[in-house]
Structure formats: C-alpha cells, structure tokens
Design a protein around this ligand. Structure first.
Ligand SMILES: Nc1ccn([C@@H]2O[C@H](COP(=O)(O)OP(=O)(O)OP(=O)(O)O)[C@@H](O)[C@H]2O)c(=O)n1
Ligand SMILES: O=C(CO)[C@H](O)[C@H](O)COP(=O)(O)O
Length: 465
C-alpha cells in the first residue's frame, strides 16, 4: 500500500570510490557476509511493494559489476545508471531518467515522491521510508536525522577553536530523504557547479533553490553510513546478529534420537527462537520453505549416525528448489548421534571426507554445512559410598543428583550387645541424566557459536560435543 496514495520511486547513489574506507574495491561492492553492501540497500528498497522503480547510480567502470550483482541476487525493478564525479552529480543523473528521455533507454514514469538513499546505508526499514515519504508529500522534502554524538566546533585559521555549537540544537543529517520529485529536480537544475561539486546535503538544495523547508524525522541508530573500515565490521556484526535470531531443529521420532531431539531444542531455547520440525514434516517442501521464507537461515538436522547426511542432503535440495534467493548464507548443522557406548571413535575417515566434500559443494550454493558429533554413552556408574560420603552428598554436593535415583542398602549389624543400624555402603548403577544434559548443553553452545560466527572456513568440519 503506497503511503498516502502517492507514487514513489528511489534513487540510490552508488558511484563513489570509498577513499576513506581504503582498499581497491569501492565500499558499496565490498562483501558483507559474502554479498556486496549495495545489494543490502537494494534489497531493503525492493522488498517494499510501494516503491516502483529503483535507480542505482554507479561509476561507468562499475556498470557491468552492478548488473552482475542484480542478476546474481535476483534483484527486481532495478535500473543501473551512470554516475558523475560527485555524489550530487550522481544523484542528479539518477533523477534525470524520470524526466529526460536521453538518459535512459526508456522514460520511466515520473514519481510524485522520490526517495534518495545512499547505497552504503544497508539497514533502512519500511517504517522510516514511509515516514519520510509522507512528510515529503506534505512538506515538499523530508530527511532522517539523528542526535549528534560529538559537539561540532569551528576552528579558526590558526587551528584554534573559533566557536562551538550548542549540541542539543543540532542534528546529524542521515538518509533516507524524500522529496516531491518536482522540488528536488528543480533544485538540481537550478543549483550551481559549486553546489554540485562541493555540496553534501540534498535538503539544503531544496531549501536554497525551492524555498522548501524539509521536515526532519527522527531515525534509528542503524541508519549510519558505512564510511570507514570499522563500519564494514559493524555492518557484518549487525547482519550476523540479525541472522542468529531463529533456528529450525529437525529431529527424528526414533527412540535413540528422541531424547537428544527433545533436550537440544530446550537447551537452545535459552538463547534463540527455536522451531522444531519432525523428519516427516521436513519432507514436505512447502513446510520447510515457509520457515525459510520467514527469515530462518539456520537449520540443525538431528538424526542417527547412519542416515544423517542423507537427511541433510534432502534439506539442501529443498532449500535449493525454493524460489527464495539465498541472500544470506544458510547455516546447516548435521548432528550425528553416537550412542554406541564404546570408547572408540565411531566415525571413519571415509565419512569425514564425504562430509567435507558435500560441504564444499553446498558452499557454492551459499549453504554452510558443519558436522557435530554428540557423543552420548549410556553410562553405568558404580560407586561405593560410605557414611562420610553420604553426609557430604546430603550437604548438596554434586553426587546428590545421582544418589537420589539410586538404590542404597541399610545394614544392621548385631555385635552381641547392640543392634547397630548402619548406612555402610550402597551401590549405584544408573544412566547419569546430568551427564547427558551437560553434553547437550555443550552441543547447543557449539551450535550457537557456528550460527553466530557463520565462518565459511569451518565448513565440513566435525565438532565433538
Ligand atoms: N561520485 C559519487 C560519490 C559518491 N556517491 C555515493 O554517495 C554515497 C555516500 O557518499 P560517500 O560515503 O562519501 O561515498 P564515497 O564518496 O565513495 O566515499 P569517500 O568520500 O570516502 O571516497 C555512497 O553510496 C557513494 O557511492 C556517488 O554516487 N557518486
Ligand atoms: O548524510 C548525507 C546527506 O545528508 C550524505 O550521506 C552525506 O552528506 C554524504 O556526504 P559525503 O559524501 O561527504 O560522505
């Protein structure tokens, strides 16, 4: 639904060289979680149905790169336009495709409101876009702002403080911004070469050349612009964090798997939202695909050792078949249960090699496969407890748990004079439930580490919980 019933299109300037970030690749093409930064901003616009055309402005030497990105990530409604030597010149070129036939192979429908958003601000949400569009419709121009982090000072010619601004009165101008198309286009047509070469603020052009006082709209903290290298790391962390909110655990109902299949999601639930799916449900393509399209990018497949890889392969097949483009790497953890009870390592070199081979193949499809072995041996413990130990256990020491589940012997000894009742010793033979819980917790911690880190170098490795 278009906000306020207006037609809206967007221009994303992406024609800079990213000098402050350094490096050979302009920042908008730097990979964040394997995907170029510009693709995140494009995706943020594209998922909003009321934005009609998305114009991405890039430098002439990057036109092909941008077209390849559009193709690879299946971006829709996007047109690539050649940029200029400054940001203002690039934006102006982007606007021209709506107004002047010679700037594009076809003339686009001129929108009532145009959004301008830097391609290097990846986290723009529908809420703020809708707010600036509505405000632009009413006021002619609008832009997102943030409180200043530091005070702004002016230095004199000698490098000393000239004056400082009262921080509370000023705001940092961020993006997105939105304009009545006719207002911003008129402003760009009227402005001087000096404005085009040295200006940094579109809202200022609208004020100076069209007497339009933009409405300032409070934005969220993640609207900041990737400018320095540290910003790329921050963007990567935010994306990883967003991807670590939900996991889908696929388990078998078979007896050996059921216990871990129950305990593992319970342990994971303390850290992440968990959706549990049975193997039979997972074979229904639609069910898994709907989980996937609901932004779940993490899957754990718990099965008994022999067929775990097949189940994982099946899952990869379902994800591949889905129409949803893999915009983020999917983490897929194949859990092998070792309940054999003997001490030998029950996975052979051949199996390890096949996990690695499989993981290398799926990595090409943006699916990161890891192996996790949960070694759980039904443990028989035998312990002789004497009186002192019994006392200790009653004080709440660790062995109290298994003692509660044990059989103990009360021995009465008649020494000729007295009948002495003594808790002399007792023998315990039990599966230790706390040991299983500990192993499952350790498996959950490893799963969380793999999900949060999404490290492509660790694919195909078998971790042991
Ligand atoms: N000639 C230019 C210069 C900048 N931009 C775009 O404007 C946005 C914000 O500009 P900025 O952060 O300054 O990007 P760069 O100019 O690339 O960075 P730097 O100033 O560090 O070189 C970026 O998406 C950038 O690609 C553009 O489209 N055309
Ligand atoms: O925030 C902005 C507009 O208000 C721009 O993103 C910013 O001014 C761009 O400037 P520069 O290209 O120098 O980083």
């Amino acid at each position: 639904m278009e906000p306020g019933g207006v037609s809206v299109s967007a221009v994303l300037p992406a024609g800079g060289s990213g000098e402050r970030l350094g490096g050979a690749t302009p920042k908008q093409f730097c990979a964040v979680q394997g995907r170029p930064l510009v693709s995140y901003a494009v995706r943020a616009m594209e998922r909003i149905s009321w934005i009609s055309d998305i114009i991405v402005v890039v430098s002439p030497e990057n036109i092909e790169t941008m077209k390849t990105i559009i193709e690879k990530y299946g971006h829709k409604r996007v047109t690539v336009v050649e940029g200029g030597i400054t940001r203002h010149r690039s934006i102006f070129n982007g606007l021209k495709v709506f107004a002047e036939k010679q700037f594009s192979s076809h003339l686009f429908q001129k929108p009532e409101v145009v959004i301008i958003h830097d391609a290097v601000r990846p986290f723009v949400e529908e809420d703020i876009l809708s707010k600036v569009v509505m405000a632009a419709k009413e006021h002619g121009a609008a832009g997102a702002i943030r409180p200043l982090v530091s005070t702004v000072v002016a230095s004199a010619a000698d490098g000393c403080l000239d004056h400082s601004l009262e921080r509370a009165r000023y705001r940092a101008s961020e993006m997105p911004q939105a304009f009545l198309f006719d207002v911003i286009y008129e402003a760009y047509q009227q402005c001087t070469d000096y404005d085009l070469d040295y200006g940094t603020e579109c809202l200022h052009l609208a004020l100076k050349y069209c007497k339009t006082n933009a409405k300032l709209v409070e934005g969220t903290a993640d609207l900041w612009k990737v400018t320095y290298k540290r910003d790329l790391y921050a963007a990567e962390s935010i994306i990883k964090d967003n991807l670590s909110q939900e996991v889908c655990v696929i388990t078998d109902a078979n007896e050996t798997v059921a216990q871990v299949g129950f305990l593992l999601p319970e342990s994971l639930k303390r850290q992440i939202k968990v959706e549990t799916v049975s193997i039979s449900q997972s074979r229904n393509d639609n069910h898994l695909q709907s989980i996937f399209s609901g932004q779940c990018y993490n899957f754990v497949c718990v099965n008994d050792k022999k067929c775990a890889i097949q189940e994982t392969q099946q899952l990869v097949h379902i994800l591949e078949k889905s129409d949803i483009p893999l915009l983020h790497p999917v983490v897929l953890i194949s859990v092998y249960l070792d309940i054999s009870g003997n001490n030998s390592f029950s996975i052979g070199m051949e199996e390890l090699a096949s996990i690695k081979k499989f993981a290398r193949e799926t990595k090409k499809k943006n699916i990161l496969v890891y192996g996790l072995l949960i070694q759980y041996k039904p443990q028989l413990q035998s312990k002789i407890c004497q009186r002192g130990q019994w006392t200790a256990s009653r004080r709440g020491e660790q062995n109290v748990l298994w003692m509660n589940t044990t059989l103990f012997m009360l021995i009465s000894v008649y020494d000729g004079w007295h009948l002495k009742t003594q808790l002399k010793f007792f023998t315990v033979q039990t599966k230790d439930p706390s040991l299983l819980q500990e192993t499952v917790n350790s498996a959950a911690a490893l799963i969380m580490a793999l999900i949060k880190d999404r490290n492509p170098e660790l694919i195909g490795q078998l971790l042991v919980a």
